[in-house]
Design a protein around this ligand. Structure first.
Ligand code: HEC
Length: 89
């Protein structure tokens, strides 16, 4: 019985995330590429940035720190970070 309740709670929370990027390729790109050198805290505790700001961070990770991230994944990452840790221009 308890299991059934937990399962439906889980389903409800998934329902609410239809409009988010959780569990999408964008999120997977962040989780897969950005946590190779440091923890997620680096992203979480960074001040909110504009899209250009996040683009700058991702380019810095790639160009300065040599993060091996393909172009299309970089775009997905920037989109994700702008959505969750972004601020208006
Ligand atoms: C190749 C290793 C590497 C990868 C992969 C990497 N980073 Fe970093 N990141 C670093 C280093 C090194 C620093 C600087 C650490 C320090 O200053 O103590 C850093 C620092 C940061 C910071 C702190 C602010 C700043 O600009 O220094 C943020 C935010 C950040 N990374 C985000 C990301 C994101 C987003 C990704 C995925 C696109 C990513 N990192 C992938 C190496 C990496």
């Amino acid at each position: 019985m308890r299991k059934v309740v937990m399962l439906s709670a889980l389903l409800v929370s998934f329902g609410f995330s239809a409009e988010t990027l959780k569990g999408t390729p964008e999120e997977k790109a962040v989780m897969g590429y950005c946590l190779q050198c440091h923890s997620y805290d680096y992203i979480k505790t960074n001040a909110p940035l504009t899209q250009k700001g996040w683009e700058g961070v991702v380019k810095k990770m790639v160009n300065v720190f040599k993060a091996p991230i393909p172009e299309d994944a970089q775009k997905q990452i920037i989109e994700y970070l702008t959505k969750y840790y972004g601020k208006k221009e």
